[in-house]
Design a binder for this molecule. Structure first.
Ligand SMILES: C[S@@+](CC[C@H](N)C(=O)[O-])C[C@H]1O[C@@H](n2cnc3c(N)ncnc32)[C@H](O)[C@@H]1O
Length: 406
């Protein structure tokens, strides 16, 4: 293993053409036991070609790796299985991997095939996993999520409206100390839509008074993150928490929120408090959710939603959070300076400073201009002026102002 790693390190940074001409050729010429000693070449091809190969080189590598799936050496096959997913989708490989899974050489090979199929499997894998889960023990939720990511990834809409908001609770998370400013902002800007129910450390709780969109929530500028409450669970151990957390995620509440605010598939990732559980727990919860509702898909990659599981007294609390990146409130932020302000803090400072109609606001250390832009957005100022020792900062601020169009 150490020898494999050492060889891999000497190969991974080589140019693809050289790797191909020298090392792949040497591997192909070698016979056992030399061949098994050179498996690091396979790993290096997966990494180097995925990273820097041209389209033609990638195709060449995929064909070679596919041929290795039929190699008599179990070790060579395992290395090929690990390398193939790095180079993307491959229906040829999927069919071969499913064949190997029907009669693997041993537990280690079986495990590697499952891992590879969870990364590149498509409809054929999903069908096999649902038909014969004891042989094809690939997590169907992972494969279904992957298929959805490729075919209808789903994105969050700021404009779509949740028509039946009764019972929904919204948690606006903010930096400690900003709660009152945030609550005042909500009372000032969206009091027709949301009621401020409570103000706690780092948290303002809202309840909708009528149908609303995420765009309504994102009118507020002083919060850092927004979450919809899915509920608390009581559990003595991580294992005990799986079922109740999965039930919260597969609930009518979650489905209503996802259906209202998502265009496309319902994909989420689980952000688990490390004090509560690890990746294995996350996997088990995702599988359980999929069993309850196959449309709600746990996908750690590029998911539009996250389900955040926080430690709470006696168990955990669960929230559904839109993962909007970039933050729709910060479209103007074309440039930043070192030690720039946290944007919700800048918005809170602009509110805290108060405002007089017709006033002139001056920031003598304006940096990227964010506080002044937030001040201008509040309205009423006759002029805002930014100065800074750094000409570069002034230029960044100028561009940000132009983009903000305030
Ligand atoms: C912490 S940054 C401001 C960041 C700003 N709030 C933002 O988020 O972009 C401080 C800024 O003060 C400027 N600065 C430092 N000393 C200064 C001085 N004596 N006169 C004017 N500007 C100064 C720096 O160039 C820097 O852009």
């Amino acid at each position: 293993m150490k020898a494999d790693n050492d060889l891999y390190r000497t190969l991974r940074d080589k140019a693809c053409a050289i790797l191909w001409k020298e090392d792949v050729a040497a591997f192909d010429r070698a016979v056992e036991p030399e061949r098994s000693r050179l498996v690091a070449v396979i790993r290096a091809v997966g990494v180097a070609f995925a990273d820097r190969g041209t389209l033609a080189e990638k195709a060449q590598a995929v064909t070679w790796l596919n041929s290795l799936l039929k190699d008599p050496s179990e070790k060579v096959r395992r290395y090929a299985m690990a390398a193939l997913p790095k180079l993307g989708d491959d229906t040829q490989a999927e069919a071969k991997l499913l064949d190997i899974l029907a009669a693997p050489a041993g537990e280690r090979e079986r495990q590697k095939v499952v891992e590879a199929l969870e990364k590149i499997g498509g409809e054929a894998t999903l069908e096999a996993a649902l038909k014969d889960p004891s042989t094809v023990s690939v997590a169907p939720d992972r494969v279904a999520a992957r298929i959805a990511r490729l075919t209808e990834p789903g994105e969050i809409s700021l404009d779509r409206v949740l028509a039946r908001p009764s019972g929904v609770r919204i948690h606006l998370h903010c930096r400690k100390g900003l709660e009152r400013i945030l609550a005042d902002e909500a009372r000032a800007l969206v009091k027709e839509i949301f009621e401020v129910k409570s103000v706690m450390s780092g948290l303002v709780v809202l309840e909708p008074l009528k149908p609303f969109s995420l765009g309504d929530v994102y009118q507020l500028r002083c919060f850092a993150q927004v979450g919809f409450v899915l509920g608390d669970v009581r559990a003595q151990s991580p294992e005990e928490a799986i079922n109740p957390i999965a039930l919260r995620i597969a609930s009518n509440r979650t489905r209503d929120l996802l259906a209202a605010f998502t265009d496309g598939a319902f994909r989420y990732r689980i952000e688990m408090d490390p004090a509560l559980g690890d990746a294995e727990l996350v996997r088990k919860i995702g599988a359980e959710v999929h069993r309850f509702d196959p449309k709600i898909l746990n996908d750690p990659r590029e998911s539009p939603w996250s389900v955040d599981v926080f430690a709470a007294p006696g168990g955990a609390s669960v929230e559904l959070r839109p993962r909007l990146s970039p933050d729709p409130r910060l479209g103007y932020r074309l440039g930043e300076v070192a030690a720039g302000s946290h944007p919700p803090l800048a918005a809170a400072m602009a509110r805290l400073a108060g405002s007089y109609v017709g006033e002139v606001a001056w920031d003598p250390f304006c940096g990227s201009g964010i506080e002044l832009i937030e001040r201008a957005m509040l309205g009423g100022a006759s002029r805002v002026i930014g100065t800074d020792l750094s000409a570069e900062a002034v230029e960044i601020a100028r561009k940000n102002f132009e983009a903000a169009a305030v």
